[in-house]
Design a binder for this molecule. Structure first.
Ligand code: ATR
Length: 277
């Protein structure tokens, strides 16, 4: 029987996941289907009901997107360490009546940066802007990549300090406010993981953080040259990227987890890339 998978979110109309997983399945010759489900936000337990019904009908796994990542984490029977730090799941696997929660957003981002953009993070100075769910998902994979320094800046300083305190003490992690960045020099990688670009805003980051030979990475996908990427370009950064590679790489990580085969990502990324200009 064809194995069933789905992505659940609300709204879900713009999701690329069925296309991405369809291409992966074709390439690796997997007998599976992958659909999109619009989950109900109300009542509170509607999400859990939909997931349980999907699993009970023989579903093998789900991707989870906004606004359900926290709920997906909460209903799981087992959780990976990185999902636990994020407090959120973007992928579920259904096995023997149990729900297993994973979070591949961070590893997808890391792989896009290290492999596709050719910037191995070991020994590099890395700056991450924001302290929301996206950053919580990225922290453990980033630390494991052994940057020389990992600075996380946020408007709400108490929030970013609390997040840093959750991660094991020691290591290269520094949590701070934006005003402290001026004195910190240039970074090899600057990642905008705030939600500012969704509303066309610019986080209050000084252009002095950018290195012309470094990478500026915008987590949002398909928003073209966001104010953040424009700031980076104006500061002389040549390598600017949006989150299309992360989107495809997190999907590939989930696919590998579910199916035990690793799909090729490059052609899929090229197909989904929207020019920044
Ligand atoms: P989620 O957890 O769903 O990712 P969130 O917790 O609302 O979303 O986090 C959004 C992040 O974007 C936060 O770090 C937020 O900064 P604050 O915690 O200081 O509010 C950040 N953010 C949103 N709009 C921003 C803006 N215009 N400039 C800078 N940071 C912004």
């Amino acid at each position: 029987m064809t194995d069933q998978y789905a992505v659940i979110g609300n709204p879900i109309g713009h999701t690329k996941s069925p296309l991405i997983h369809g291409l992966f399945a074709q390439e690796t010759q997997q007998d599976m289907s992958y659909t999109a489900i619009e989950g109900s936000v109300e009542p509170q337990d509607a999400f859990a009901g939909t997931v349980h019904a999907f699993a009970a009908a023989g579903g093998k796994g789900m991707n989870v997107t906004a606004p359900f990542k926290l709920k997906a984490f909460a209903i799981a029977d087992e959780r990976s360490e990185r999902a636990a730090l994020a407090g959120a799941a973007n992928a579920l696997s259904f096995k023997d009546g149990r729900i297993v929660a994973e979070n591949f957003d961070g590893v997808g981002l890391l792989r896009d940066i290290e492999v596709n953009l050719n910037l191995p993070m070991a020994g590099k100075r890395v700056l991450v802007l924001g302290a929301g769910g996206a950053v919580r998902g990225a922290l453990l994979p980033f630390i494991a990549a052994r940057p020389a320094e990992l600075v996380i800046a946020n408007r709400d300083i108490a929030k970013v300090k609390a997040l840093a305190a959750q991660v094991a003490a020691g290591g290269p992690l520094i949590a701070c406010g934006y005003s402290e960045l001026e004195a910190m020099g240039r970074f090899d990688l600057v990642v905008n993981a705030t939600s500012a670009s969704l509303t066309g805003e610019l986080p209050p980051v000084t252009p002095s953080v950018f290195s012309p030979t470094g990478v500026a990475y915008e987590l949002a996908y398909g928003k073209r040259l966001t104010p953040f990427l424009r700031l980076a370009r104006n500061a002389g950064v040549e390598s600017v990227a949006d989150g299309v590679g992360m989107l495809v790489e997190q999907a590939a990580a989930a696919f590998t987890w579910w199916r035990g085969v690793q799909p090729e990502t490059r052609a899929v990324i090229e197909r989904l890339t929207v020019s920044l200009d």
